[in-house]
Design a protein around this ligand. Structure first.
Ligand code: NDP
Ligand code: MG
Length: 381
């Protein structure tokens, strides 16, 4: 039986994690849950899963009397406190944005194993997070949940001690794959939220439309798999069946396939190295008309090029890219800016602040704040 704390349990990943936990009550017990503002769903989850600790990081609200068996924490610092104090071995980081970084660091300080969906944490604090995840015993203390990185991880597990030559990171291409650049610049929120193959939270759905999601994933892959930028290649694969692949020196390519269902990588991280029933549909290769692969259009989607640039730059460049993107995406979702301005805001922030260092949490917080300010300033918000 493994005890697991779910940070961000009311989100898309969080709810699917709850789903797979409920399928295997003999394997997992939930020790803690957190939400930001969705108190109604958090209370329902606490009632059902009976954790001993829960937190609401946004507005404080009264706790229903029947939940007195659970200790509730409130406020911004509650996430870190839950990460540190929750019973059990595992922390699933499923909050959105760099808000998860301090909690992941706190969980590692407390010796917890991290199941990481929250890619922004690794993008902003890669060097520091990886250092905190070095393990003396050889036990894996950082397991990827992002579907592509889970796929790569599974391929590498199968490869034993063989070192890969390159990583083939697949991308659906999002809803604007076939759009003209000029039309995409003015895309509406509804159009950006219409992802063709995955059903996810709003921020990552917009990131998929701009391909900043793939940019974040290139950076995530660099840290998780100790890759050189030139070893990571992006393949646009609109069917989202091949979740990613790895190429070896002998010419062999190992890939991981399946229907697009996040419960598979979530549960694999939780049950690793076991494979358990997820509720996902089985892949029927006869039903797949064709599997296609294209080069990404770097002119239309400059985010991909920006990812390689920030990797070459090092320091806080990736943190700046992430923070400016977060700020611009939420402004777009509030309908205050045009879709195409997301790239411009990130570019502006990078030009101003990409040179900053990222050695510790204070450096990262400083770069994050400067990047947000620069993005807001550019967008005149
Ligand atoms: P959602 O927006 O659906 O959920 C986010 C969760 O985090 C919610 O529980 C939310 O609480 C909470 N939250 C939001 N803001 C804060 C904050 N400032 N501090 C603490 N908690 C906060 O996001 P997703 O589940 O889609 O994504 C979560 C992470 O997983 C992201 O980093 C994303 O990139 C990554 N990911 C997601 C995938 C997906 O399929 N959804 C696939 C691969 C990676 P509340 O509900 O109260 O607002
Ligand atoms: Mg992904």
């Amino acid at each position: 039986m493994r005890g697991i704390a779910i940070l961000g349990s009311t989100g898309s990943i969080g709810r699917q994690a709850v789903d797979v936990v409920l399928r295997h009550p003999d394997q997992f017990s939930v020790t803690a849950l957190t939400a930001h503002n969705n108190a109604g769903l958090l209370f329902e989850q606490v009632r059902m899963l009976k954790p001993t600790l829960a937190a609401l990081t946004g507005e404080k609200v009264p706790v229903p009397e029947d939940l007195s068996f659970c200790r509730f924490l409130f406020g911004k610092d509650a996430l870190e406190q839950v990460a540190k104090e929750a019973e059990g071995q595992d922390v699933l980081a499923a909050v959105v944005g760099v808000a998860g970084l301090r909690a992941v660091m706190a969980a590692r300080e407390a010796g917890k194993r991290i199941l990481l969906a929250n890619k922004e944490t690794l993008v902003a604090g890669g060097e520091m997070v990886m250092k905190a995840c070095e393990s003396q015993s050889g036990e894996k203390v950082l397991l990827p949940v992002d579907s592509e990185h889970s796929a790569i991880f599974q391929c590498l597990e199968a490869a034993g001690p063989n070192r890969y030559e390159s990583i083939l990171l697949t991308a659906s291409g999002g809803p604007f794959r076939t759009w003209e650049k000029e039309k995409m610049y003015k895309a509406t929120v509804e159009e950006a939220l219409g992802h063709p193959t995955w059903n996810m939270g709003a921020k990552i759905t917009v990131d998929s439309a701009s391909m900043f999601n793939k940019a974040l994933e290139i950076i995530e892959a660099k840290w998780l798999f100790d890759a050189q930028p030139s070893q990571i290649r992006v393949l646009v694969h609109p069917q989202s069946i091949v979740h990613s692949a790895v190429e070896f020196g002998d010419g062999a390519v190992l890939a991981q396939l399946g229907v697009p269902d996040m419960r598979v990588p979530i549960l694999y991280a939780m049950s690793y190295p076991q494979r358990l029933e997820t509720g996902a549909k089985k892949l029927d290769l006869f039903q797949c008309q064709s599997l296609t692969f294209e080069q990404p259009d770097m002119d239309k989607f400059p985010a991909i090029r920006m990812a390689y640039d920030v990797l070459h730059q090092g320091g806080a460049a990736a943190c700046v890219l992430n923070a400016a993107n977060e700020e611009a995406v939420y402004a777009f979702l509030r309908r205050e800016i045009l879709f195409g301005q997301i790239y411009e805001a990130v570019d502006h922030a990078l030009q101003k602040w990409a040179h900053l260092p990222a050695k510790n949490l204070d450096d990262i917080a400083f770069a994050d704040q400067k990047a947000r300010q620069a993005a807001m300033e550019y967008l005149k918000l």
